[in-house]
Design a protein around this ligand. Structure first.
Ligand SMILES: *[C@@H]1O[C@H](CO)[C@@H](O)[C@H](O)[C@H]1NC(C)=O
Ligand SMILES: *[C@@H]1O[C@H](CO)[C@@H](O)[C@H](O)[C@H]1NC(C)=O
Ligand SMILES: CC(=O)N[C@H]1CO[C@H](CO)[C@@H](O)[C@@H]1O
Length: 288
């Protein structure tokens, strides 16, 4: 209706061409929702309506999210990038993703998550990273995700995970960790006690997660383990620990020898250099 007003005509010219920005292979239900699923796309089509809020681009062969993607499409709330060919996420990719609430990166080929990679996506509520090839998740990978309620890390290649990564998520309600080749060694002990304390957040509980025992070379379910299984970890010392203990033992001995020497010298010095007061006292006593 505002187009009927002559003075708003220019604004309408700016506004109307947005419809033509819809990439040919996609369907744009409205300016805010774009569906480009299952089109065999090798890269993110360009351009989109700039005010896109919901982008469905699953089931393509896209190998990267352009580093400036969220600079242009900062209104995105919902991004479904499932089942593509992502192998890595460039640092800063999500630096303008301040409105993003739902991010699905499952069924890609990601191998690692770096520190702070999602740190600007502070509204994120659901993050799906299942069915990737993750080997390494930094302990600060989920930094700043204070609203995150659902985290999926299932069916990756994780053998261990620093528990600090999970402790950084105050709103977490549901987590998926199954389908990883977890190794139940001493590194796993902290994660195990976190999982035990937070078992209610696992869909099926401890018996959905398997890990392999390093010595026995077999896989067991976590509900077959208890804190006791890791009890010897508390006492085992690494080579560095032993080195520190031996070194500090030697250092303490040397310090003890040096300080007794110093004290002995001091006592000796007092005995030899300050006898005059005692002599005076003796003289006073004898005078009386
Ligand atoms: C991934 O997408 C392809 C089409 O590009 C489809 O054939 C395949 O079933 C999809 N896989 C999953 C796990 O959704
Ligand atoms: C993922 O990467 C591995 C090797 O790094 C490759 O063999 C596999 O085909 C890739 N999968 C996809 C879906 O791109
Ligand atoms: C909500 C909840 O129970 N979170 C707990 C998960 O486990 C950690 C440590 O193991 C606790 O500090 C949290 O309170």
């Amino acid at each position: 209706p505002s187009c009927l007003l002559p003075f708003a005509g220019f604004a309408c010219l700016l506004f109307l061409p947005r419809a033509h920005l819809c990439p040919a292979v996609c369907s744009c239900m409205d300016y805010h929702t774009i569906d480009c699923r299952d089109q065999g796309l090798p890269s993110v089509p360009n351009p989109f309506p700039l005010d896109v809020r919901k982008l469905l681009i699953a089931d393509n062969n896209i190998q990267e999210i352009p580093a400036d993607f969220f600079i242009f499409y900062g209104d995105l709330v919902y991004l479904d990038f499932r089942n593509n060919s992502l192998t890595s996420l460039e640092e800063g990719t999500f630096s303008s993703s301040t409105k993003l609430v739902y991010l699905d990166l499952s069924y890609n080929n990601l191998t690692q998550l770096d520190a702070g990679i999602f740190k600007s996506a502070e509204k994120l509520i659901k993050l799906s990273l299942g069915n990737n090839n993750l080997v390494d998740v930094d302990k600060a990978a989920f930094e700043n995700l204070d609203q995150l309620q659902v985290l999926e890390l299932n069916d990756n290649n994780l053998q261990s995970l620093n528990v600090a990564a999970l402790e950084a998520l105050p709103s977490l309600r549901t987590i998926r960790l199954e389908g990883n080749p977890w190794v139940c060694d001493c590194d796993f002990a902290n994660l195990f006690s976190w999982i035990q304390d937070n078992a209610s957040k696992l869909q099926k509980g401890l018996h959905e997660i398997q890990c392999s025992l390093p010595v026995e070379n077999r896989r067991i379910f976590l509900n077959e383990l208890s804190e006791v299984s890791f009890s010897e970890c508390k006492f085992s010392l690494s080579l560095t620990d032993l080195f520190i203990i031996i070194f500090s033992g030697v250092a303490v001995s040397i310090a003890a020898i040096l300080s007794s020497f110093f004290l002995a010298t001091l006592v000796h010095c007092f005995q030899r250099c300050a006898p005059s007061k005692d002599d005076d006292d003796d003289e006073d006593d004898s005078d009386d």
